[in-house]
Design a protein around this ligand. Structure first.
Ligand SMILES: NC(=O)c1ccc[n+]([C@@H]2O[C@H](COP(=O)([O-])OP(=O)(O)OC[C@H]3O[C@@H](n4cnc5c(N)ncnc54)[C@H](OP(=O)(O)O)[C@@H]3O)[C@@H](O)[C@H]2O)c1
Length: 255
């Protein structure tokens, strides 16, 4: 995909080894950016993605961002390597099944804690360190990857839906607060997207039902989500700060 100009821009993407993060890394690299790929543990997938990126200057940053000190270290490492951070994409996310009528209390609390650590606190902490850096360097863009589940409810994964709703609210609060510093914040809220996360959590019957939800009768491709992320990270999206773009094939239309 070549539609934007990110030549000279340094982009950090969390959860970039696979899925939407991988497609986003490819799209930024195809549009001239230097890309830092964060991931947690899957070295093989991360190295494979790094090799696929066109252009030069891309790097891996292996850090578990659910650990708060790792978020500070990640931004420090990135700025040390590239001199400046222009775009942060908070994409890494997890989802854990924990149906209230089926799990014991330990499972219930574990799911809430783990989900919030990665989907909300990591993004909040990375926004903190990124804002400190961007306020010095003159601004930049942050794009947070949310979910359709924030709006329509997630009965089998309530922590996931809640974490993404909180991510939306946090993004909008920070969009207001950071606008005077020329730091622009956007959110992309995908519906089911053809990645490992989607594949792992669906039975064949669920998949069939899900395909029926969209009038397009298919899931999103990661590249379609990446396209919306690149738009929000582009110079021309500055005045769209605070917005949430749905990429869900008209499967859930909110007013
Ligand atoms: N796929 C969907 O249907 C869908 C729908 C709506 C929203 N989303 C959202 O889109 C984002 C990406 O989803 P995906 O489907 O592409 O996910 P995925 O295929 O499961 O990949 C998850 C990525 O996040 C990384 N990650 C997870 N925990 C991490 C941590 N603590 N520290 C650093 N990296 C971590 C993983 O690293 P490793 O490879 O090292 O494990 C991997 O790169 C998520 O925020 C998700 O909630 C997805």
């Amino acid at each position: 995909m070549q539609a934007y100009n990110f030549i000279g821009k340094n982009v950090l993407i969390t959860g970039a080894s696979r899925g939407i993060g991988r497609a986003t890394a490819l799209a930024f690299a195809q549009n001239g950016a230097k890309v830092g790929l964060n991931y947690r543990s899957n070295d093989e997938a991360a190295k494979h993605t790094l090799k696929e990126l066109p252009g030069k200057g891309h790097q891996l940053f292996k850090r578990d961002i659910s650990q708060k000190e790792e978020t500070r270290a990640l931004i420090q490492d990135f700025v040390k390597a590239y001199g400046q951070l222009d775009v942060l994409v908070n994409n890494a996310g997890i989802s854990i099944f924990h149906e209230i009528d089926q799990v014991d209390f330990d499972h219930w609390t574990h799911a809430w804690e783990k989900t919030f650590e990665t989907n909300l606190f990591a993004a909040a902490n990375l926004c903190y360190w990124t804002a400190q850096s961007m306020m010095k360097s003159g601004g930049g863009h942050i794009v947070n990857v949310s979910s359709r589940g924030a709006f329509r409810g997630e009965p089998t994964k309530p922590a996931y839906g809640a974490s993404k709703a909180a991510l939306n609210a946090m993004s909008q609060s920070l969009a207001k607060k950071l606008a005077p510093h020329k730091i622009y914040i956007g959110v992309v809220a995908p519906g089911f997207t053809e990645t490992e996360m989607a594949a792992k959590t669906l039975t064949p019957e669920e998949r069939e039902n899900l395909l029926r939800e969209s009038p397009f009768k298919r899931m999103a491709q990661p590249e379609e989500v990446a396209h919306a992320i690149l738009f929000l990270a582009s110079e021309s999206a500055a005045y769209s700060s605070g917005t949430i773009i749905d990429v869900n094939g008209a499967s859930y239309l909110r007013s």
